[in-house]
Design a protein around this ligand. Structure first.
Ligand code: FES
Length: 189
């Protein structure tokens, strides 16, 4: 026997409607929630991009660009009439700089407390120069620049002599004013 659906209530206006009994979804609440999530994500993305950019833009105001006196060691470490390689830790460094914070330089002890401390970088394009005791010359391996033992330009493309650090002897220590590579922008370079 075929079962006929009971449609007797379909047109019965007095019967309660099942569809109206279910709670309507609260679209406005969901929209607000999604908007809040969107704003939060935008804020996070904005911070991720913006904070480093702001840090870069304003870093010059906060970074310690001050030059500082650092020791190259006791003066006795540098024999008179000789040129020796020195090394110091850059006073402007970060904890993650590692060995790159160690900066070499050439130290020429003329006599007593008379020194010349040269930046190791060639005045042409910055390659590290080497000292040759036999010829009493600093030589640059990059383009053949050469300097006399007092740092003056001897030959090749460098437009000037080696840059020098300001120095002083204090408590038996040879100190130099470090923190930035000496350049023409510094009065004593
Ligand atoms: S970098 Fe030294 S001669 Fe060019």
């Amino acid at each position: 026997m075929k079962h006929e659906p009971d449609n007797s209530n379909l047109h019965d206006k007095s019967a309660p409607c099942a569809c109206s009994a279910a709670p309507a979804p609260d679209n406005s609440t969901r929209r607000e929630f999604m908007l809040k999530i969107g704003f939060a994500l935008n804020a996070v993305a904005g911070a991720a991009v913006g904070i480093p950019l702001l840090g870069y833009a304003f870093s010059s105001f906060f970074k310690n660009h001050e030059l500082d006196w650092v020791s190259l060691g006791p003066v006795d470490k540098f024999p008179e009439g000789k040129t020796r390689l020195g090394q110091f830790k850059n006073p402007v460094h970060r904890s993650w700089d590692g060995v790159t914070a160690e900066v070499p330089c050439w130290v020429r002890r003329i006599s007593g407390d008379q020194f010349q401390v040269f930046a190791i970088n060639c005045a042409h394009l910055g390659c590290p120069v080497r000292w040759f005791e036999e010829s009493k010359l600093f030589m640059c391996p990059c383009h053949g620049g050469a300097y006399y033992e007092n740092g003056d330009h001897a030959a090749g493309p460098p437009p000037r002599g080696l840059f020098t650090y300001e120095f002083k002897v204090q408590d038996g220590q040879l100190m130099i004013l470090a923190g930035a590579l000496p350049t023409l922008a510094q009065p004593n370079a």
